[in-house]
Design a binder for this molecule. Structure first.
Ligand SMILES: Nc1ncnc2c1ncn2[C@@H]1O[C@H](COP(=O)(O)OP(=O)(O)OP(=O)(O)O)[C@@H](O)[C@H]1O
Ligand SMILES: [Mg+2]
Length: 288
């Protein structure tokens, strides 16, 4: 699986209007099996970008390739593309519209033309994968809690057995337990099913913990793209565009300023803890 964007530009306003485009000359490649996070201030174009990946939005300029084929070509099979590149929206309510959870999850596989037995099998498997048990299957989707709605939307995409899972802020608005649960599901899908994950997130902590690559968006462009350790090391530049690094980086920097020899590129709580213990053991860290 690979997705490549070449010189992609897009503007919600008419092309004649002289406003700055929402996406400006984006060049990107997503490789098979990668866990990529997309971060950026509000309005920077994250949701707009990911809707290009399965052609829900067509760019004004540029090309988009899925497995080497240009998805913007006239007869490209978009239905198939949308089952391969599964998109979970920022607001799950936008994705749930049937009368029962089961029917909702069945919608995608049915549209793929699968037989009723195969559809049922996939729906059950997808709902089990996201931890929604039988008691939820016949409920109206709007009766679900925020976290459950998100799981149902995720199940609807998983039932199509996609190669890539594109998630727009899957944890926003959830309590810590709900966040951990849904993130756990996503990480499991990445590790066990080898799904390519592209996840928009506002949580730098989640990004630092799980992503192998971070794409930073600002005003429709991509100023930084690289491993989290490298991207977050540029926290001063991130601050200039209204972002921040994970808290532990600031803790590590504060300790370094006081003369403690903490590695400057720690990313997670576990790493900073290990560093503090190492320095303490070396007798290098004293209270002042
Ligand atoms: N349907 C639309 N019609 C017109 N303008 C839009 C539409 N959707 C988004 N925009 C504008 O395009 C820009 C990028 O929006 P987008 O939703 O992609 O940003 P985002 O990075 O996902 O933001 P957030 O973090 O708030 O979700 C914003 O200025 C937004 O107001
Ligand atoms: Mg968005």
């Amino acid at each position: 699986m690979s997705i490549r964007l070449e010189h992609v530009s897009f503007n919600y306003a008419s092309r004649k209007a002289k406003s700055t485009p929402t996406l400006q000359d984006i060049n990107l490649e997503f490789k098979d099996g990668e866990f990529t996070a997309i971060i950026g201030p509000t309005g920077s174009g994250k949701s707009t970008l990911i809707q290009h990946l399965n052609c829900l939005i067509r760019p004004d300029e540029g090309k988009i390739f899925y497995n080497g084929e240009n998805i913007l070509e006239k007869n490209y099979p978009l239905k198939k593309l949308r089952s391969r590149v599964g998109l979970v929206f920022q607001y799950p309510e936008h994705q749930l519209f049937e009368d029962t959870v089961f029917a909702d999850v069945a919608y995608g596989p049915q549209k793929m033309g699968l037989g009723p037995e195969e559809v049922k099998k996939r729906v059950r498997a997808a709902l089990a994968m996201v931890g929604l048990d039988d008691s939820c299957h016949l409920l109206h989707p709007m009766r679900l809690s925020g976290g459950q709605k998100r799981r149902a939307a995720l199940a609807g995409v998983l039932a199509m057995e996609p190669q890539a899972l594109v998630l727009d802020e899957p944890t926003v608005g959830l309590d810590p337990r709900g966040r951990e649960e849904i993130l756990g599901e996503i990480v499991k899908l990445h590790r066990e099913k080898k799904l390519t994950i592209i996840m928009v997130s506002h949580s730098m902590e989640d990004v630092a913990r799980y992503a192998e690559r971070v794409i930073v968006m600002d005003h429709g462009s991509i100023p930084f793209d690289g491993p989290p350790r490298e991207v977050f090391a540029r926290y001063r530049d991130l601050e200039k565009i209204g972002l921040a690094a994970p808290q532990v980086i600031y803790i590590a920097q504060a300790l370094r300023r006081r003369g403690y020899d903490i590695r400057p590129d720690v990313l997670t709580v576990t790493e900073v803890k290990k560093e503090i213990l190492r320095v303490l053991k070396g007798g290098d860290m004293k209270c002042n």
